[in-house]
Each structure stands twice: as structure tokens, then as C-alpha cells.
Design a protein around this ligand. Sequence first.
Ligand SMILES: C[S@@+](CC[C@H](N)C(=O)[O-])C[C@H]1O[C@@H](n2cnc3c(N)ncnc32)[C@H](O)[C@@H]1O
Length: 211
Amino acid sequence: MMWADKLGKQLGHPTRSVLGWLVSKFFKKHNRILEENAVQLCGILPGDTVLELGHGPGLGLQSALKLLTEPTGRLIGVDYSQYMHKMASELMKDQVASGKVTLYHCDVAAMPLPDSSVDKVFHCNCYYFWPDLKRGATEIHRVMKPGGMMVTTLRLSSIAKLASKRVMPGENWRPETYMAALRDCGFTDIRMEDKQDSLITFQAIYAIASK
Ligand SMILES: C[S@@+](CC[C@H](N)C(=O)[O-])C[C@H]1O[C@@H](n2cnc3c(N)ncnc32)[C@H](O)[C@@H]1O
């Protein structure tokens, strides 16, 4: 297997291995700003039910948890990497034990969540790896409450570079492809904005789950 394929596979689905461990270190060092901004931008209220897709090591989960200060506030995370699921479960073990946080080892396209049960959704560096954007978007739309907000953050310049080196699979990394899938599945008010934080330029994609 070429190095680009190996790296792409680990970025999209880290496994317990040397490369998987290095990739998890990379996420922790470089993606905090994207995770924290996604949490801020989706407008979490203290009693909300919030879902992170593809949480990786769990930095965004930690950040979202700080905002869920009311007893009714709930945090859910899903990731289909067993390695990332275990890493985040260890990080959040007290909150998982108390029932405040629930982490599922599952695919975004098949989540064990009731219809219309989630207020806010966020994800960073995740949708490019979904094999079928429409299946993923349909499932997210199903679990979101009417009018719920979803925010996606990414660094388009870095992703485009990885795509040019064939680390990103196919064309799903393109924001316009992702945004079209959201539109087809019932999301509205879809827009992308350039953002700046600590000298880093990144993009935020917003979408409302209209029902
Ligand atoms: C590039 S990592 C990003 C991790 C973290 N959000 C960050 O920005 O540091 C992508 C994560 O999404 C997860 N992921 C990718 N596709 C997924 C899918 N279809 N269902 C669930 N998790 C998925 C991967 O296992 C991985 O942990």
C-alpha cells in the first residue's frame, strides 16, 4: 500500500498501531482550534442535547461539556474507530459513568438515537471520510430536532493539499459536494464562512435541520 493510502486510512479510521497513535497525537496538537470553534459556533444552550460526529480523541467533547451546565444537558459522541472510541471513553470516563455523556462506537450513517432528539450537532475533519454523504446526512437529519443547528469546521487549504496528494479519498472532501448532500436531505440555510483564530484561517459550514 502507498504511504498516501496508509495515511488516508488512518486519518479516516485510526486503528491501534504506530501510525494510528501518531495520527491521534496530530489530532490533539493541531485540531483543538477547529474543535473549540465548532463548539462555540453551534450555539449550545446549557440544557441542550449535543452530538459530536467523529470525535476522535475527544477534545471537542471536553469543550462542549463545559457548556452543558444544566442537569438536562446531555452530550453524545459517535466514532466508528474502536481506538478513538476507547481513547475518548477513557478521557470522559467520569461523565460517561454519571450518564451525562454517552459515546457510541458506530457509523454516522446508522446511529442508535431516536428521531428528532438532538438540538445541536458539530463535527471537524470528518465528512470527507464518509463513504456515502447522503446516507450520513439523512441519518443526521433524522436524529436532529426541527430547527436544530449543525456546524462543521475544516481547514480547506490543508484538505485540498491532502487531496492533491491523494490522501483524501474521492471528491467528497469538497465543501460544495457536502453542502449539496445536506440540501438534498432536508437541511436549509446552508452556508460556508471563512473564519480566523490564532492566525489560522478555517472554514465553518452551517446548516439547519428543517422538518
Ligand atoms: C480526521 S479524524 C478527526 C477527529 C477529530 N474530530 C479532530 O478533528 O481531531 C476523523 C474521525 O472521524 C471518524 N469517522 C470517520 N468517518 C466516520 C463515520 N462514517 N462514522 C463514524 N465516525 C467516523 C474517524 O474514526 C476519526 O476518528
